[in-house]
Ligand binder design. Structure first.
Ligand SMILES: [Zn+2]
Length: 386
């Protein structure tokens, strides 16, 4: 088995703990320093409170052109290892049986290692079009950095014609995934003795009515569609998965909060779905406020990641196939930043080394042959653009 050139860089990145709850700066600072050493001009794009940042690196075309071209993207944060039973230390990368073990080896430091390793090849190639690296923060908590990075890219006028998101797909070219929305509902009613229901506004009961409405949406999706056969679950789904409310059985509850999650196929707009939920909440709130104007029912979206529905005939798909990505009609079950790129006008596919099945788990690994395949993919891109 060929030794991947990128093994050393992948290991350096795995050694840095970049769990989403801490800063990603040590990872991107290291990569930015390498880009600077190579004579490039890395762009750090800090998050609103300055604790984390996205990183953009452009390898310009030989004539100096910095806009257009192809963007290769990955995230720098990882999920926690808390409570997981690892065979070896998650932050001490280890090669065993042709696999590189460590937190983020598949998701996505192996891929980032490939990108950094091949920067000198990109520079030496005298490109006809630029290649951009986009490395984000806080993908794991809900593609937070991705939402910003598509703006960072637009602000710098980079305008790539295609984007490849290197999330683990075993190098299959993935054109679709569902949107992800996670929302929280906060119901403030009015407390009263349980014998005086006429004086109270029961927060749990109003919450239950809204939860019932969410369930109706879910049942109609499941029974009436729309359906998309590319997905394992062929329809959009919704559920209320967490609830808190009330203090004691003989008091009309003042407070109730609950959290819900919905995932839509491309035919169902997640923003329009959120609007439907908000409209129902407003209707219930009006009823509550007729009793007491201080009551309310608020809906907040914590996470909204757009779905991906790239046309299988799009140029970016043909490009990824030419570069060695494995053609596939599978849609994936996980959300990625690809939907954000796509929505921002950058046609996108997911294609990267490693298997999503082992990501987020104890003993996460990436097969070395997958890193080699990712290297070949990027080297093919360099050849195509030079
Ligand atoms: Zn990931």
């Amino acid at each position: 088995m060929p030794e991947p050139r990128s093994l050393d860089w992948a290991q350096r990145l795995i050694r840095i703990d970049s769990t989403s709850r801490i800063s990603n700066r040590p990872v991107i600072d290291l990569i930015a320093a390498e880009a600077t050493r190579l004579g490039l001009d890395p762009q750090l794009c800090p998050n609103p409170d300055g604790t984390k940042a996205n990183l953009l690196i452009t390898v310009p075309a030989a004539d100096g052109t910095r806009s257009g071209g192809v963007i290769l993207s990955g995230h720098s944060d990882c999920v926690p290892v808390d409570g997981q039973d690892w065979t070896s230390d998650p932050f001490t990368p280890e090669v065993r049986d042709g696999k590189l073990y460590g937190r983020g080896s598949a998701d996505m430091k192996g891929y980032l290692g490939v990108l950094v390793t091949l920067l000198p090849d990109m520079i030496a190639a005298r490109l006809t079009e630029p290649i951009h690296l986009a490395i984000s923060y806080d993908e794991e908590p809900g593609c937070v950095g991705g939402e910003q990075i598509v703006r960072d890219i637009a602000e710098r006028g980079l305008a790539p014609r295609a984007a490849v998101i290197g999330e683990p797909s075993m190098m299959r070219v993935i054109t679709g995934h569902k949107s992800v929305t996670m929302g929280v509902a906060t119901v403030r009613g009015r407390a009263a003795h349980s014998s005086l229901t006429n004086q109270g506004v029961n927060a749990i009961e109003y919450a239950a009515r809204l939860i019932g409405f969410l369930r109706e949406i879910g049942v109609s999706w499941r029974t009436e569609g729309p359906f998309d056969e590319g997905y394992e679950v062929m329809y959009s789904t919704i559920g209320t998965n967490l609830i808190h409310g009330g203090i004691v059985v003989n008091t009309v509850p003042q407070d109730c909060t609950f959290e819900f999650d919905f995932r839509t196929i491309p035919a169902v707009d997640m923003y329009a779905t959120m609007d439907r939920i908000r409209a129902k909440a407003a209707e219930l709130e009006a009823e509550m406020q007729a009793v007491d104007p201080a009551t309310f029912l608020r809906i907040e979206a914590r996470v909204q990641v757009p779905g991906l529905g790239t046309d299988p005939d799009a140029d970016v798909v043909a490009l990824a196939h030419r570069l060695g990505g494995i053609p596939s009609t599978d849609q994936v079950t996980y959300g990625t930043e690809a939907g954000q790129f796509s929505r921002a006008g950058m046609p996108a596919v997911v294609c990267g080394p490693g298997d999503i099945q082992v990501a987020h788990r104890a003993d996460e690994f990436v097969p070395l042959e997958q890193l080699v395949a990712a290297e070949e993919f990027v080297l093919s891109l360099i050849a195509e653009l030079s």
